[in-house]
Design a protein around this ligand. Structure first.
Ligand SMILES: [Zn+2]
Length: 136
């Protein structure tokens, strides 16, 4: 909802000026006054009242980023675990089947993490493309 302290008339006037200049209205709103934001031909995003604003990442993007960072941490932890297997395999003692199975499980886990990361990246690329189409 637009802030009541914002001059509606000024907002409409500025917004129509922006539209006339070839700017497109975005789905995002100004973080300060919640007016709709406009994208200029130059690619700059502006609020009709506040001028240039920084677009805050959507909640979905933020949560995707945090999932990705957790996955990256997991990967690091698994890589360290896998490092332990190097010594085991290099040593002369007999490697038991159980240990090999564990090793394979860790490798499977790594593979799954990679797959999930890929899906997350792909889905955010699609979201960006969709957004781009809406703006046209
Ligand atoms: Zn604003």
């Amino acid at each position: 909802m637009p802030d009541s302290s914002i001059d509606r008339e000024l907002l409409i006037k500025k917004a129509s000026e922006l539209l006339r200049s070839g700017a497109t209205m975005l789905a995002e709103t100004c973080p300060i006054c919640h007016s709709p934001l406009f994208k200029l031909k130059s690619g700059e995003v502006v609020c009709p009242i506040h001028g240039r604003v920084m677009l805050v990442k959507s909640e979905e993007e933020v949560s995707k980023a945090s999932v990705e960072s957790v996955l990256t941490e997991l990967e690091k932890a698994i890589a360290m675990k896998l490092g332990g297997y190097i010594n085991m395999l290099k040593s002369d003692r007999e490697v038991d089947y159980e240990e090999i199975r564990n090793l394979i499980s860790w490798l499977d886990a790594l593979e799954r993490i990679e797959k999930i990361k890929l899906v997350i990246r792909k889905s955010s690329e699609v979201a960006v493309q969709r957004k781009g189409k809406e703006q046209r």
